[in-house]
Design a protein around this ligand. Structure first.
Ligand SMILES: [Zn+2]
Length: 551
């Protein structure tokens, strides 16, 4: 008797989905009914009509040339195909012909945006797992752990608002509209402020939980189990090689902390037994190849995970060991796919890994990750440089981003487009790409400091340079006095820069080395590729990575 095991059944279903995914993107299946609006109170604002090639990423993978999106009250009110009449109410909407390709906003399901200011770590060796570099590497301790304490510590520079804003801007200028990994208690993580943060967003039925580390005691295990069983949970598991990494997933299984919508970040050390169990529990995998190679010299067995029907999302991890953005990480995944994988991932599937796959993993599949009526108007418009819309996105660089909207509000894009959508007082020159292409940004967060972008860059560079004069303007006086005493430094009144330097050296072991603020975009960073390609764990074929930026 042949019985279809659940896993085989899911295999069959997934194969069906795969075949559907391989269908020609110009399918003539019905796209949308143009009348369904989301359950939001309608306002008198007629909204606007965004025209271009709409890459829906819907179940039929429809690509609609010359289509228009009616954006109203933060949602996509209608998708109007070329030649179709406008739905009632859309006649007075403001038209904008982008001339580009319109995608769902990119969803970054794994990041640590509060570290976006750091340049790539100049790594000289490979590590076994994440614990080795985080806890047993003196250079990492000074470069990142102590530096971060100095910069963000409430009694020292207290710059979390600036640090977080920089991380969100880095994502935004590369077309990311949703971002994981922020501290929930900071103003930039609030809903409606800059990019959508997975931990605070009210998109899915349940809140998303981000879990950094494995639980350490009974209470933490209970909390994790409750989180995973209560809603989507994104968590580092098996980051590295060696038997201990696979055991991390085994621990989750034994504690039933894998029974639910668990998104496993990294999973480098996982193999067939773990992927079988992940498929059974409908867990997903978050793949961050560049970070994996830099730190461990290998990456997750993505082909194996996919063969076992584990859904995979792509994400860039973070600034110190990863791409600057999800858009940039797409090129890394493309190179890994071409050079290392035998069963190639299609271009469409790669794009799904940054749109509908992470949306599904977060429980947001009914609201984000696709372009459809009623979905939130988180969009990115790219130059149309390649007729194939999926290859177009994979090959696109930050400069090709024409427009980014979140909740239907234009936050970043070509200066001319932004000027047509926002008032002059709302926008600021983004200061990117030299004189090649003018981009403008519109910050939508009154809770953040009103610093301009040049001021923000200056402050962060001063912080990374452990500038003692600047530090004196920020440090808590009582804390400085206490630390000076414990460091046997006698303070003048007022304290001098030299005294401040001595305290910083004693308390934080800084400065360790000259640190340059990581530019927001890859092409503005002359150090990125030389530093990356000198790292032992990075595969030789990554020498082709800079070529994506040569156009
Ligand atoms: Zn991480």
């Amino acid at each position: 008797m042949t019985k279809i095991a659940p896993r085989n059944l899911s295999l069959i279903l997934a194969l069906g989905a795969l075949l559907a995914a391989c269908a020609a993107p110009t399918s003539t299946a019905p796209v949308v009914e143009a009348s369904r609006l989301a359950e939001r109170p309608a306002t008198a604002d007629p909204g606007w009509l965004l025209k271009g090639t709409v890459v829906t990423m819907n179940a039929n993978n429809e690509v609609l040339t010359g289509a228009r999106l009616w954006i109203r009250d933060g949602v996509i009110g209608a998708v109007i195909k070329a030649g179709e009449a406008l739905p009632p109410g859309a006649e007075n909407a403001k038209p904008l012909d982008t001339g580009g390709m319109i995608y769902p906003g990119l969803i970054d399901i794994h990041n640590h945006p509060e570290y976006a200011m750091y340049p790539l770590l100049p790594l000289k060796r490979k590590y076994l797992d994440r614990y080795e570099w985080r806890y047993y590497d003196d250079d990492y301790d000074k470069r990142i752990t102590k530096m971060q304490s100095f910069i963000t510590g409430a009694k020292y520079l207290n710059l979390y608002p600036e640090v977080g804003r920089y991380g969100e801007l880095k994502a935004l200028v590369a077309g990311t509209t949703s971002l994981q990994g922020m501290r929930k208690d900071q103003p930039y993580a609030a809903e409606g402020c800059l990019v959508r943060n997975t931990e605070t967003a009210s998109v899915g039925a349940a809140k998303v939980t981000s879990q950094l580390d494995m639980p350490r005691d009974t209470a933490e295990w209970a909390a994790l189990k409750k989180a995973v069983q209560g809603g989507p949970t994104v968590m580092h598991v098996g980051e590295g090689n060696g038997f201990r990494m696979a055991r991390e997933y085994e621990s989750l299984k034994l504690s039933e902390a894998n029974v639910g919508k668990l998104a496993v970040i990294h999973g480098v050390g996982l193999g067939a037994p773990e992927f079988d169990e992940m498929a059974k529990q409908h867990n997903s995998l978050v793949w961050s190849p560049l970070s994996n190679f830099m730190l461990y010299g290998s990456t997750a067995k993505v082909e194996m995970a996919r063969s076992k029907m584990v859904a995979v999302s792509l994400a860039p991890d973070w600034g110190p060991s990863g791409s600057k953005s999800l858009l940039a990480e797409l090129k890394v995944a493309d190179l890994v796919n071409r050079n290392q994988f035998t069963a190639k991932i299609s271009d469409l599937e790669l794009v799904a890994m940054v749109t509908r796959q992470p949306a599904a993993a977060l429980g947001w599949g009914e609201k984000l990750g696709q372009i459809a009526p009623g979905f939130l108007a988180d969009l990115v418009v790219m130059d149309g440089r390649n007729a194939d819309p999926y290859r177009n996105l994979i090959d696109a660089i930050e400069e090709n981003v024409r427009l980014v909207t979140i909740d239907g509000v234009a936050l970043y894009g070509d200066a001319a487009i932004m000027k047509s959508l926002r008032t002059p007082d709302a926008i600021e020159d983004a200061g990117l790409f030299g004189t090649r292409r003018a981009k403008a940004i519109a910050i939508n967060c009154p809770a953040l400091p009103k610093t301009t972008l040049p001021e923000l860059r200056k402050v962060l560079q001063q912080a990374l340079s452990t500038d003692a004069v600047y530090a004196l303007t920020r440090v808590d006086a009582a804390q400085l006095a206490a630390d000076a005493k414990s460091c046997s430094v006698t303070l003048s009144n007022p304290a001098t820069a030299e005294e401040m330097k001595k305290v910083v050296k004693c308390k934080f072991s800084l400065p360790f080395e000259a640190t340059t603020l990581s530019p927001l975009v890859t092409s503005d960073d002359p150090d990125f590729f030389p530093r990356l390609l000198a790292i032992p764990g990075v595969p030789a074929y990554m020498k082709d990575l800079p070529n994506y930026w040569k156009h």
